[in-house]
Design a protein around this ligand. Structure first.
Ligand SMILES: Nc1ncnc2c1ncn2[C@@H]1O[C@H](COP(=O)(O)OP(=O)(O)OP(=O)(O)O)[C@@H](O)[C@H]1O
Length: 235
């Protein structure tokens, strides 16, 4: 039996702004298993990022429970959440958030210096196919290369989970494929449980399991018996 990493049960999230309530999540239940790659699809505003942020300890649920490896995240204090994010979670966002004045190696070293059991920054860069670019600065790299540095930075601390919010959203097909190949390689070689939010429905073909969000709930889910390689996915 695969081990559950996350178990979310009936998770809701209501944002209240100027007395207006937005029901971003209306009762999401989902189990993510160790080593899985899942894709979250759904229209804009359907709650995907809110859910991913709750899994990653960047936000908290209004009701329901979310457990990570048997521990209830909803009971964590702020300092426990900070430790959880630092030790267990890698984040990748649409925009790479690299420090322009640091080269690729130094950008990755920023996280390895505070991690418990990090890999060498060079090893992380090699995993994403940028072993030869470690002394290059962000301005000297393409968008896809910068995103791969951001992925190297996220995985260099050997996180249990990698949470990616539109990792290819700013990229063309060719560079996007390289980024997806890096994510798939990390998932396979390190066994990192990976969740990817995307608007690109073709990307679902590389996942083990797909969840489609609608209006703050999961509208449908399905499994892929044989996930495809990014290079086989036409988009
Ligand atoms: N901090 C916030 N304060 C108030 N409302 C918010 C906040 N964050 C998200 N929302 C609202 O919650 C709903 C869900 O947003 P969310 O970003 O989770 O959707 P999404 O599916 O990720 O959308 P997208 O694909 O556009 O990123 C939206 O109506 C959004 O406006």
């Amino acid at each position: 039996m695969p081990t559950p990493v996350f178990i979310a049960e009936n998770t809701t999230k209501t944002y209240v702004t100027n007395e207006v309530e937005v029901h971003a999540l209306r009762g999401v239940s989902m189990t993510l298993f160790e080593g899985e790659m899942v894709v979250l699809l759904g229209p804009s505003g359907s709650g995907k990022s809110t859910f991913l942020n709750i899994l990653g300890g960047l936000d908290n649920a209004t009701s329901g429970t979310v457990s990570f490896m048997g521990k209830n995240l909803t009971d964590f204090s702020e300092s426990e959440l900070t430790r959880y994010r630092r030790d267990y979670v890698g984040f990748v966002f649409q925009f790479y958030n690299l420090i322009p004045s640091l080269n690729a190696w130094e950008n990755v070293a920023l996280t390895t210096e505070i991690a418990k059991n990090p890999m060498d920054p060079q090893e992380a860069l090699e995993l994403v196919g940028l072993g030869k670019r470690s002394s290059h600065f962000p301005a000297e790299m393409s968008g896809g290369e910068q995103q791969r540095v951001a992925i190297a930075r996220a995985i260099a601390k050997r996180p249990e989970v990698l949470l990616c919010d539109e990792p290819t959203g700013a990229l063309d097909t060719k560079t996007g494929t390289l980024v997806l190949e890096a994510l798939q390689r990390i998932n396979k070689e390190l066994g990192t449980t990976t969740a990817i939010i995307t608007h690109n429905t073709a990307i679902q073909q590389m996942a083990n399991r797909v969840y489609v969000f609608k209006d703050g709930a999961i509208e449908s889910t399905h499994e892929n018996e044989t996930p495809k390689q990014p290079s086989e996915v036409a988009w």
